[in-house]
Design a protein around this ligand. Structure first.
Ligand code: S6P
Ligand code: ZN
Length: 192
């Protein structure tokens, strides 16, 4: 069936996509073991289990030729010294790209290949980043306000959380003396 052209509304400040098909909420309990400081993670879990981020999606056919659209809001905060961040993923079809556009707040885009090649790009309102095929990706909120960004990616890209979950990311982003600092992740292991 022929899809008709359409428009939608993006509320930059609230991170609302209207209309939308679903809203996903990721609490700390959905990200167990992903923060470096396991003790701080456990304490935060027991205390309040905070919402780390949420994302609203327009869902289209999972086929070549279409695009999927999403707006993500990462709340400000840290677990230990590590900033709130998304889970991260590769695409199930790894040869697919994605574009991120910063709408509100500030943060960093972390990207990594299976072989351990690493890249990072700072994002703020008006900055768009192109994630090429084969780069796993994660966003991190390094500011003190919500970090909101828009994403568009191929209809059939899908998500693969497992590969990075097993290997971790080669670098993590922590706060030191009030500033973001990249440090090597001692837990990272290359998948052979
Ligand atoms: C999808 C796109 C975003 C993320 C969202 C949450 O390809 O990159 O919409 O799904 O930012 O991140 P994650 O890592 O939990 O999927
Ligand atoms: Zn993606």
């Amino acid at each position: 069936m022929l899809m008709r052209p359409f428009s939608m509304h993006l509320d930059f400040r609230r991170g609302d996509l209207t209309p939308r098909d679903r809203t996903n909420i990721r609490k700390l309990s959905d990200m167990r073991g992903m923060f470096f400081n396991a003790e701080a993670e456990l304490l935060a879990l027991e205390k309040e289990n905070p919402i780390i981020y949420s994302f609203q999606e327009r869902v289209f056919p999972e086929e070549n030729g279409y695009l999927q659209l999403a707006v993500t809001t990462i709340h400000p905060g840290k677990i230990g010294d590590e900033y709130f961040m998304t889970k991260r993923h590769y695409h199930k079809r790894p040869d697919t790209s994605e574009v991120y556009l910063g709408l509100e707040g500030e943060g960093w885009l972390l990207m990594q290949t299976v072989g351990g090649d690493f890249e990072s790009i700072p994002l703020k309102p008006g900055v768009a980043a192109y994630i090429p095929p084969y780069w796993g990706h994660r966003m991190v909120n390094t500011g003190s306000t919500p970090f909101i960004f828009f994403a568009a990616f191929p209809g059939d890209a899908g998500h693969n959380y497992g590969d990075i979950e097993r290997a971790g990311f080669v670098k993590i982003l922590i706060e030191e003396n009030g500033k973001p600092l990249f440090i090597d992740n001692p837990r990272w292991k290359k998948i052979e």
